[in-house]
Design a protein around this ligand. Structure first.
Ligand SMILES: Cc1cc2nc3c(=O)[nH]c(=O)nc-3n(C[C@H](O)[C@H](O)[C@H](O)COP(=O)(O)OP(=O)(O)OC[C@H]3O[C@@H](n4cnc5c(N)ncnc54)[C@H](O)[C@@H]3O)c2cc1C
Length: 536
């Protein structure tokens, strides 16, 4: 079973949809998405999109904020390009019908401020910005006769033709149809990874269930280079409640005056950073981790009670309603919060046009490492990156239309199940799933040490052996494939974190608490090369 298209896009978040809309101008696009088309981190984004739209703000200020958050690893030319492209991408969304929040009195956009930003520059739609962005992009995609969206299909692996004696080139992907259990070969002139992040590799995460790092794992197995996998951003404030799964309490609350307090009421951020509650995320997450370990408390509290109740209800309707659902009235009482894995700064290494190191393979969005975020991401720069790179990558990928030969596609074999049988031991999946996420949280989380990394390294090697054996013996299922992917991503994070003998940005190792000049470069890794620091 096989199908052919010009562009195969894996993932229906902001990056995949932005790519598809631009690419559909000159080719046929097939978009495969793991669950429903709205299951994505994009749909969950609350805070907003950073872009210079206020006359008192400047590109230079946004570039400087991004560079200083990036811990010395952001690539200036990439930061400048993304920042300068931001306003056009926002106007494009508005042209598609996006309803962003505006000031009551005037027609101007209500720009909010978030941690690490020196100006109000975050465009938002109340506190459901991502949902609004995805709504208009999906609407536009649905109106295009050249875009086909296939739901409940999970890409398993990329088709790389050197495996079959052809040239080194990606020509599509094998995808599991979840309804039938069949695996189809999707062939394409250009294949685009837009599969998002990998928060599920950690026990506590703000990410949706689809975020299992599939794109990174597929690219790694196919031989592409990856970068900066040790830099994982932990959001400082997820709702702490036994029934609340992955509910984020947006940074915008601190932007609007929220204060972090201990159970005693003590406002502790002034002890950790001069910007107090508006310090960069990594500083806030580490401060909370430190205070929780020091006091033995299970959580800290985010206090909004100084603000007017009417303002809170209007500005944060979604968060207010969700907290009420769990019996917390944020207008009257502080919200219990804990840090959680939030954003993967590393990923598939791409150039300024979204090209990976494998011919035929492009990537955009959270799955990539573009050089924008460096060692730490500035809040609200990721939706921006998805918009900018989705668009740029589609323009660049046009070159693939003329290059990939039809003969190469014809020679690709279909998926071979070999001797595989249906699994009678799904417990292997659930056991290993829990084990990986827990040791990643405890040993490779917010604060690392060499000893913890060594422990994690031994465990992942053992589990990967088991997972490989299980994978080859059984017919594929989504749970099994996701397990295989989080195991590969965990291995990559551990190897890159072990190689970086310093603390910088989001990577904090107690054995090397300071940054070192010799480590000033991206960590590169591939199937064929051990992690190394790439000095520009
Ligand atoms: C709770 C939350 C709040 C956030 N708030 C903000 C914010 O305010 N501002 C900001 O800039 N960023 C925010 N972020 C980050 C931002 O939302 C993401 O970085 C961004 O949306 C990623 O977009 P993407 O298109 O790369 O991936 P996603 O939006 O995650 O889309 C990935 C897509 O790939 C699909 N997929 C995955 N694996 C496969 C596979 N194997 N086969 C087929 N399909 C697959 C998924 O189903 C999904 O459709 C937030 C993230 C979270 C989780």
């Amino acid at each position: 079973m096989r199908a052919e298209c010009d562009y195969l896009v894996l993932g229906s978040g902001v990056a995949g949809l932005s790519f598809a809309l631009e690419a559909a101008r000159h080719g046929r696009v097939t978009m495969i998405t793991k669950r429903s088309r709205t299951d994505s981190a994009t749909n969950w984004a609350q805070g907003g999109i950073a872009a210079v739209l206020d006359p008192t703000d400047s590109f230079e200020a946004h570039v400087n904020d991004t560079m200083s958050t990036g811990g010395g690893l952001s690539h200036r030319e990439i930061v400048e390009m993304v920042v300068r492209d931001g306003p056009s991408r926002i106007h494009e969304l508005m042209d598609l019908g996006a309803q962003f929040s505006r000031h009551e009195q005037g027609r101007s956009l209500d720009l909010t401020r978030e941690g690490g930003h020196s100006a109000r520059r975050v465009v938002h739609a109340g506190d459901i910005t991502g949902e609004e962005v995805q709504r208009v992009l999906l609407q536009a995609a649905a109106a295009s006769p050249r875009i086909e969206i296939i739901e409940d299909h999970m890409a398993i692996d990329l088709v790389e033709t050197s495996k079959f004696g052809g040239p080194r080139r990606v020509v599509g992907a094998y995808a599991l149809n979840e309804d039938t259990g069949e695996v189809k070969t999707h062939l394409a002139r250009a294949t685009v990874l837009a599969t998002g992040g990998s928060g599920k590799v950690y026990l506590y995460t703000s990410n949706p269930d689809v975020a299992t790092g599939d794109g990174v794992a597929m690219a790694y197995r196919a031989g592409a280079e990856l970068a900066n996998m040790e830099f994982f951003q932990f959001h400082p404030t997820c709702l702490f409640h036994p029934q609340a799964k992955s509910f984020l309490i947006s940074e915008a609350l601190r932007g609007e005056g929220g204060i972090l307090r201990l159970r005693s009421g003590d406002a502790f951020m002034e002890r950790h950073h001069p910007m107090k509650d508006l310090a960069p995320r990594d500083v806030v997450a580490r401060a909370i981790d430190y205070e929780m370990k020091r006091t033995g408390d299970e959580c800290v509290y985010l206090d909004m009670t100084r603000e007017r109740a009417a303002f809170i209800r209007e500005r944060f309707p979604n968060i207010h309603a969700r907290c009420l659902q769990y019996g917390i009235d944020m207008t009257k009482q502080p919200i219990p919060v804990v840090p959680a894995a939030h954003y993967m700064c590393g990923g598939v290494a791409v150039d300024d046009q979204g090209r990976s190191t494998l011919p035929g393979l492009w990537a955009a969005g959270e799955v990539t490492c573009t050089g924008l975020h460096g060692a730490n991401r500035l809040a609200s720069n990721s939706l921006l990156e998805g918009l900018v790179y989705g668009h740029r990558t589609a323009i660049a990928a046009r070159e693939a239309l003329g290059t990939a030969s039809k003969t190469a596609l014809a020679e690709v074999p279909d998926w071979d199940v070999g001797e595989a049988v249906p699994s009678d031991e799904a417990v292997v999946v659930s056991q290993n799933w829990d084990e990986i996420r827990r040791f990643m949280w405890n040993y490779v989380g917010i604060v690392r040490t060499d000893r913890r990394l060594r422990r994690a390294s031994r465990r992942i090697a053992m589990l990967q052996d088991e997972i490989r054996e299980y994978y080859w013996a059984h017919l594929v299922t989504r749970d099994m494939l996701e397990l295989r992917n989080i195991a590969d991503v965990a291995e990559l994070i551990i190897r890159c974190a072990s190689a970086r003998k310093e603390s910088r940005g989001l990577h904090y190792n107690l054995d090397y608490p300071h940054p070192g000049e010799e480590w000033q470069g991206d960590t590169r890794i591939s199937r064929d090369t051990a992690p190394y620091i790439a000095h520009e």
